[in-house]
Design a protein around this ligand. Sequence first.
Ligand SMILES: [Zn+2]
Length: 195
Amino acid sequence: MSEKQPSFIGGHPVLDFVNTVAWRTDPARRVERVSGTEGWLRWAVTAEVFPSVPDGGLPTGDAEVSGLLELRGALEAVLDAVTDGQPPPAPAWRALRLALLRAREAAALPPELPLRWEPGTRDLTDLRHALALRAEELLAGPGASRVRRCAGPGCGWFFLDRTRAGTRRWCSSGDCGNRDRARRHYARTHPTAPH
Ligand SMILES: [Zn+2]
């Protein structure tokens, strides 16, 4: 059975960012898949938020990792509410608003069209700003109504549902989808087994 590694199944870097926690909705199994400054910088490149791992960039420390995780916590709460059809919780929304204001203040705005905020690509503070701006883009656009949460028990991963009917249920059919098939097969072949 596959272990849940950092994954890029979200279809949007902000969803992949929240998905850096595996078994997100199961407190007993919840596990971080990315850690440390180096780990996050490598993640940023794989997620295509940064063009390359910055070398000779400013040293970044634990405070910047916590800033990143704070934004992730806010996005987690907002996306959970969105997928539950609930209004976003006020503290998470305030945190997101603040992250956006800071990101805009720090970003460049090249004098050309289409107008685009350009966050830096050097360190984890830049990464936080970039992800806040991408979150705005996601939540302000048509993708917002396509965000789904995997139906796998404990999984909690988010993805953009690009199916025409909007009926995708699993983060990955080879992962939670498989587990579900195995569970249903077991229930069929062991009708008296306790659940
Ligand atoms: Zn899943």
